[in-house]
Design a protein around this ligand. Structure first.
Ligand SMILES: Nc1ncnc2c1ncn2[C@@H]1O[C@H](COP(=O)(O)OP(=O)(O)OP(=O)(O)O)[C@@H](O)[C@H]1O
Ligand SMILES: [Mg+2]
Length: 490
């Protein structure tokens, strides 16, 4: 129910309008003086404020209410009520951020329409703010999972270059997360509010791709019935993502080279060009050097694109990240389904860690999606995995440690794999993984450090608590108390 703060020093006016708005289904907080209304702004966080500008015989309170309502988080929409003939006041209020004004005396219908428009505007703004936050969260670095050293190196590089305008070349096999990285670069850069425009260069024939990228003038070719903006122009101020850049034809490669050199775009059929402010992120799933040797990719373009390369490792090269990725995908499926968490058996995790994943993270994500759809209840078992994984596990025998797999903890057969953070081998982040954890309060950080140190002392003393207490320079009672504290939630 939308909350409306209504302020006017005429009591009858406040009573009539309150009644009307309540009938319309709004929650109304009526006030007849400025100071009380000002206080109520913070306590009630209304979506809409309807206020007379002249309160308590002065204009000061009206303007203060307007200012404070606009400064709320989220801001309220303000409708100002003005006396007959005081159009200057209305103009001043609009300049100060009021959404609309009503001139006294106003009709009931006028009030209703004005309130409805203001509330729809407020809802649209809130939705945009919400969607922006969601997008940012989605492409936050923390959504790119990986604690292996090679992924940590990737994170460091992304973090260093996201805020710059440098051209980036993202390399990696299919499904390794090239587009995810390109989006993270954009949504963590100052260009985040401008468009991110992805285009797959292998998906279109040469002439279509040319007019998609650069646009065309009307009549440039048969079928060009109107002028068309190109994607470089659409991405102005933002980022263009040229996926599978290696598949561009020689003609398009030379046109792209010119854009990268001069930042100027010329539409097909046009003889003038215009400046574009676009950051270029390109990606390829095949090594471009090979294409240069074969003579199908221009070397000069390669050097222009390869200003900063980011090479994504295949999943086989970072098997220790598989348990983390599995936990991440199980959690995202949980959130989008019943809300109950999914779990996997030890054999399932072993099979997932042993597989070669030619389709990399995308293939793993699809396997988890399939498994949670097929599984009975909340536990994913071997029968829920794609047959190719199950066959391989059967050949190697379920008792065997999977070849080259991440070292999994010793557990009885059929036991559930512990997916809680910190409980699986892949969940032990490398020291360099720390910057990507949520930032800890000082208290939590110190407590975590203490736990590590206590465990180290117990390890050194072979589990003998008296010796450990001596090592730590505390009494045995203190050590017991600290160990008991560690069993509790922070
Ligand atoms: N490190 C990662 N953490 C979490 N999810 C990931 C990771 N890498 C990839 N994914 C997910 O895997 C899927 C494939 O990723 P993406 O599309 O970025 O791969 P790609 O390298 O562009 O593949 P292709 O070359 O086939 O276009 C996406 O759903 C993405 O969210
Ligand atoms: Mg891709």
């Amino acid at each position: 129910m939308p909350k409306v703060l209504l302020i006017d020093d005429e009591l009858t006016m406040v009573q009539t309008v309150s009644e009307l708005l309540r009938q319309e289904g709004h929650e109304v907080f009526p006030f007849t003086n400025g100071p009380a209304a000002l206080e109520a702004l913070t306590t009630h966080s209304p979506e809409l404020v309807i206020t007379d500008l002249y309160l308590d015989k002065t204009r000061a309170h009206g303007l203060q209410i307007l200012e404070k309502a606009r400064a709320l988080n989220p801001p309220a929409v303000v409708i100002v009520i003005t006396g007959f003939g005081s159009i200057e006041t209305a103009v001043e209020a609009m300049k100060n951020g009021a959404f609309d004004y009503l001139e006294k005396p106003f009709k009931v219908e006028e009030l209703k329409i004005c309130v409805q428009r203001a509330l729809s505007y407020n809802a649209a703004i809130s939705e945009t703010v919400f969607l922006r936050k969601q997008l940012k969260k989605k492409y936050h670095f923390s959504q790119i999972i990986g604690s292996s050293q090679n992924m940590q190196d990737v994170f460091k590089m992304i973090e260093r270059v996201a805020g710059t305008d440098s051209t980036i070349l993202v390399l990696g096999e299919s499904g390794t997360g090239k587009e995810l990285v390109a989006r993270a670069l954009h949504f963590n850069s100052p260009r985040q509010h401008a468009p991110f425009v992805p285009i797959n260069c292998s998906a279109l024939p040469e002439n279509l791709l040319e007019s998609e990228l650069f646009g065309h003038r009307r009549g440039a070719f048969t079928g060009a019935i109107n002028d068309k903006k190109g994607l470089f122009q659409e991405a102005d101020g933002g980022t263009i993502f040229l996926d599978e850049v290696g598949s561009m034809s020689p003609m398009l490669q030379s046109r792209l080279l010119r854009v990268l050199q001069d930042r100027e775009v010329r539409r097909v059929g046009d003889n003038t060009s215009f400046y574009v402010n676009v950051r270029v992120v390109a990606a390829s799933n095949e090594p471009l050097e090979k294409k240069i040797k074969e003579g199908t990719f221009r070397e000069d373009l390669y050097y222009r694109l390869n200003v900063i390369p980011i090479c994504l490792p295949s999943l086989r090269e970072r098997r220790e990240d598989i348990p983390l990725l599995v936990a991440h995908f199980l959690q995202s499926k949980t959130a989008s389904r019943s809300g109950l968490p999914f779990q996997v058996t030890r054999q399932v995790m072993e099979a997932l860690c042993a597989h070669d994943w030619p389709g990399n993270v995308r293939e793993l994500e699809n396997a988890i999606e399939r498994a949670v759809t097929l599984c009975e209840g909340q536990i994913v078992r071997m029968r829920d995995l794609p047959p190719r994984l199950v066959q391989k596990a059967a050949v190697s025998g379920s008792e065997e440690e999977p070849a080259e797999a991440a070292a999994l903890p010793e557990m009885p057969e059929g036991a559930l794999y512990p997916l809680q953070p910190g409980s699986g081998p892949g969940n032990q982040p490398a020291p360099s993984a720390r910057p990507y954890e949520p930032f800890k309060s000082l208290k939590t950080f110190l407590r975590d450090q203490e736990v590590v140190h206590l465990n180290r002392a117990l390890e050194l003393s072979g589990g003998d608590k008296e010796k450990a207490a001596l090592l730590l320079g505390v009494s045995l009672a203190t050590l017991y108390r600290k160990l008991a504290d560690d069993d509790r939630e922070p």
